[in-house]
Design a protein around this ligand. Structure first.
Ligand code: HT7
Ligand code: ZN
Length: 855
């Protein structure tokens, strides 16, 4: 397959200012007639090229004249036509079979609905069109369908007209006045019920809001609707952005390759990010709904009104929009806890990507298949880049920068460079060196050494930075790294000031006068830069910070580092003292000033994957053993406290307030440690919570805790859960996921069995992710020394590739981390990658991921 390079970008030869689409919809055979007004872009004689993927033109007309077959040809699926003049009208007719579309790209069927997914290159599976994001067209859509099966017909923009035909069919016309790239095109046809509401915008316009789902799911849409209205108000208040159409519709579908899609005026969602009620959704699910609804809504400005010039600029819309949704969620709940959660997501998902064979810059240089680049680097590291700029500029100048960006590029297809320039000009700052963050892959490492001279009372902070080599980038230049720093007086427990230091050189020294005694360093406060910091802080310093740091992230971080030091020491065979960890947890648990949600984060042990990332060579068995042992000690040493916390936080009735969510989070953590302690009644307490809970947060946590063990309660709880929820796909996913995540000695064999379960299907991406996605994130089980875990995932990739290559390709990266493991495991992983690559007819999605993973 061909490699596409960023530097090959050329402006389009032909533009398409207007398009009219006519859909005769039927799951077995849909006819699509497209009328494109095309205009020559500049003075050239190049042919018109309309991308197509699997399409056969049944008719091609130019200016109303039917072309003979000799007047057009197909080239790699694209339709090529010679045109004489500056402007023409080109019309094509194609037929599609949505119900056989298992890739879930283009027009497809899901649970009786017909729906579309066009980003990144799905529109070319619907009709012939220049499928690139810098072609912006006004689009009118006419749909005809059987009225009984498809009573609701939705598309982008505003509804214009609708009517009935004589034969039981009906039609609707929608018009989107905003020129948009075709990846934002959408239609939905089906038997849907609507949660209808409205929102009055800041200029007084009344916008009709609709969340469309299966009738039975209507009671589960209230949280999504509230999130939508909150997002609309927040974007007006924080960024001055107003919604621009008369209607905003959201549709939930069961089969979806991703979380959701921001199509103009018609967002299409994976149902797991719309449907929520206490019986079936955890607090994490509720937060997911709120965050994804906000994310897609915010794209209306950061993505739709200002879109991307080419797919190398993907982080322009995704990084910025993730930054926006993170801040929105922080404003809706707790800033401290949200920052901790977001950093954990970055460290668990993006740091490993940045240190492996698939590492790429936030603005990549090349790709084979763009779907493989919807990564944690583009999304989450991209958001960190925006966050650093916001920090360096401060709130007012950052807002001036975003105002300038939106004003300057509204209606355009822009680049990451355009964004940075708007920040520079609007925020009056020089970002020359900062631009390296877009170019250089790899997580920078900062070494911070603090020294104190009692004679001069001078404190010196030496910072050294290095950026590791990554594929195609052996040498790196020093980055501009903003580090928030404070120096604590260990006597008083306070610090003087909170400074933003700019580390711009490979090595730099910062001096601080007038310290009688050596202070304790608090660095990268708020996780001001997405870097790894190594310090010379003692366990005593970390214990101090874990009790006194007034920056919640730094306090959490000190606690984590304390735990990491003990665990890494033990994994390396040293007898690292666990007393400091237990004391710090006791102190945190009994500090009445702390928010329970923060406490739950702070007392949590680092994940096995994160511990693996701290080691030169990952030893999954040693990591698991050390972590379990520490967990057992913490559980046993503090057993009375865990019992008190667990009993004391039992709620009287369900609420979704931040306080109620925080209490559930801490109560579940207490249950976890209590069971880990080995207390004889642990499984019975967990089973009681499982049985008596009035909400999924507590029920699933209890199930997960039991699933880790081998008690009789484990089997009973899993059976009860299955029988209660087997008819509800989203909740049944939790049953698969819980078992795949479990620290159970037989997880590998259980996953093999679950892959043959009657409710397992490769045709639903949520189910595939619930079983194989979760399993490959379970380091101890996936890296079972037999290699069986690798074989199971490779078998799934091979089976899935023919059906849904995008979802198959997302399962490849865990197999690519072989360089970090022992030679036996590495050989087994490589063998599976080679077996995948040897499959005939392998998709370019999986080919790209597996090839790079072998390098
Ligand atoms: N912008 C959306 C991306 C997306 C997508 C990408 C590849 C394949 C399927 C997809 N569905 C949606 C999602 C977002 O970031 O908002
Ligand atoms: Zn997005």
């Amino acid at each position: 397959p061909a490699i596409i390079r960023r530097t090959d970008y050329r402006a389009p030869d032909w533009l398409v200012p207007d398009v009219a689409l006519h859909f005769d919809l039927d799951p077995a055979l849909t006819k699509v007639r497209a009328r494109l007004s095309v205009t020559r872009n500049g003075d050239h004689d190049r042919l018109l090229r309309l991308d197509g993927d699997g399409l056969v033109p049944l008719e091609v007309k130019v200016d109303g004249r039917l072309l003979a077959q000799s007047e057009w040809h197909l080239e790699a699926g694209a339709l090529i036509i010679a045109l004489a003049d500056v402007a023409h009208e080109v019309e094509t007719l194609v037929e599609l079979a949505p119900k056989s579309n298992s890739k879930l790209m283009g027009l497809y069927a899901s649970g009786g609905l017909l729906c579309t997914q066009c980003e990144a290159e799905g529109f070319r599976r619907i009709t012939f069109f220049p499928d690139r994001p810098d072609i912006l067209s006004r689009c009118r859509v006419h749909m005809v369908a059987d009225k009984a099966r498809f009573p609701i017909l939705l598309a982008n923009g505003d509804p214009i007209e609708q009517g009935d035909e004589a034969d039981g069919r009906h039609w609707a016309t929608w018009n989107d006045p905003y020129p948009k790239p075709c990846y934002l095109f959408a239609l939905v046809a089906g038997d849907l019920a609507c949660n209808a509401d409205h929102f009055v915008t800041m200029s007084g316009r009344d916008v009709q809001l609709g969340i469309w789902v299966k009738e039975a799911d209507l009671p589960r849409t209230a949280h999504a609707m509230q999130a939508l209205k909150d997002s609309m108000a927040w974007d007006e208040r924080v960024y001055g952005r107003e919604y621009d159409l008369d209607v905003f519709n959201i549709v939930a579908v069961a089969d979806f390759n991703f979380g959701a899609m921001e199509n103009k005026g018609l967002n299409i969602f994976n149902s797991r990010y719309i449907l929520a009620d206490p019986e079936t959704a955890t607090d994490i699910d509720y937060d997911g709904v709120e965050g994804v609804v906000a994310h897609e809504y915010f794209h209306n400005w950061s993505g739709n009104r200002v879109t991307c010039r080419d797919w190398f600029q993907l982080s322009l819309k995704e990084g910025f929009t993730v930054f926006r949704d993170q801040n929105f969620s922080a404003d809706m709940g707790s800033h401290a806890v949200k920052r901790i959660e977001d950093v954990r997501i970055l460290r668990d998902g993006q740091f490993p990507e940045d240190s492996g064979p698939l590492a790429h810059p936030v603005r990549p240089e090349s790709y084979m298949e763009i779907s493989n680049f919807y990564t944690a680097t583009i999304y989450n590291k991209g958001a960190e880049l925006i966050r650093m700029m916001a920090l360096m500029l401060g709130p007012e100048r950052f807002r001036a920068g975003t105002d300038l960006y939106f004003a300057r590029h509204d209606g355009q297809a822009a680049t990451c460079e355009d964004f940075v320039r708007a920040m520079e000009e609007g925020g009056e700052i020089d970002l020359s060196q900062f631009r390296l963050w877009y170019e250089q892959a790899g997580t920078p490492r900062v070494r911070a050494l603090l020294s104190h001279d009692p004679v001069t009372r001078q404190v010196e902070l030496t910072l050294e930075q290095s950026v590791p080599p990554t594929p195609g980038q052996p040498e790196k230049q020093p980055m501009a790294i903003p580090l928030r720093v404070a120096l604590f007086d260990p006597e008083s427990g306070t610090h003087h000031g909170d400074e933003l230091l700019m580390l711009t050189q490979a090595e730099q020294r910062f001096s601080f006068p007038d310290f009688a005694t050596a202070p304790i360093l608090s660095i990268n406060r708020g996780f001001s830069a997405p870097v790894i910091v190594d310090t010379n802080r003692s366990q005593g310093d970390l214990a101090f910070l874990s009790a006194h740091d007034d920056d919640p992230f730094a306090r959490y971080e000190a606690m984590q580092q304390l735990m990491v030091n003990v665990l890494v020491g033990r994994i390396g065979g040293q007898t690292a003292d666990e007393g400091a960890v237990i004391d710090a947890i006791r102190q945190t648990l009994t500090d009445p000033t702390l928010d329970p949600a923060f406490v739950a984060e702070a007392i949590r042990l680092p994940s096995e994957a994160y511990l693996g990332d701290q080691m030169r060579q990952v030893d999954p068995d040693a990591i698991h053993a050390a972590r379990e042992a520490l967990q057992r000690s913490i559980g046993a040493e503090l057993e009375p406290l865990w019992r008190d916390v667990h009993a004391g936080l039992k709620a009287n009735g369900f609420a979704l307030s931040p306080a109620a969510k925080g209490a559930r989070k801490l109560r579940n953590a207490a249950l976890h440690y209590l069971v880990a302690s080995g207390a004889a009644d642990g499984p019975a307490i967990a089973f009681d919570q499982f049985s008596s809970a009035d909400n999924m947060t507590e029920r699933q946590a209890a199930l997960g805790t039991l699933a880790n063990g081998v008690s009789p309660e484990r089997v009973a709880a899993l059976d009860i859960f299955y029988n209660r929820y087997s008819a509800d796909a989203l909740t049944l996913d939790k049953w698969f996921q819980t078992q795949a995540f479990a620290f159970h000695p037989d997880t590998v064999d259980l996953v093999e069995e679950l892959g043959r379960h009657k409710d397992f299907t490769l045709s639903n991406p949520n189910r595939v992710r619930a079983l194989y996605g979760a399993f490959s994130g379970n380091q101890w089980a996936f890296h079972h020394r037999s290699g069986k875990g690798y074989r199971l995932v490779a078998d799934c990739i091979i089976a899935l590739d023919g059906l849904n290559p995008q979802t198959a390709a997302r399962l490849v990266p865990p197999l690519g981390r072989w360089k970090r493991f022992d030679t036996e495991r590495a050989a087994l992983m490589q063998a599976e990658l080679r077996r995948i690559l040897a499959q005939p007819g392998l998709s370019k999605d999986v080919t790209e991921q597996a090839r790079k993973s072998l390098d």
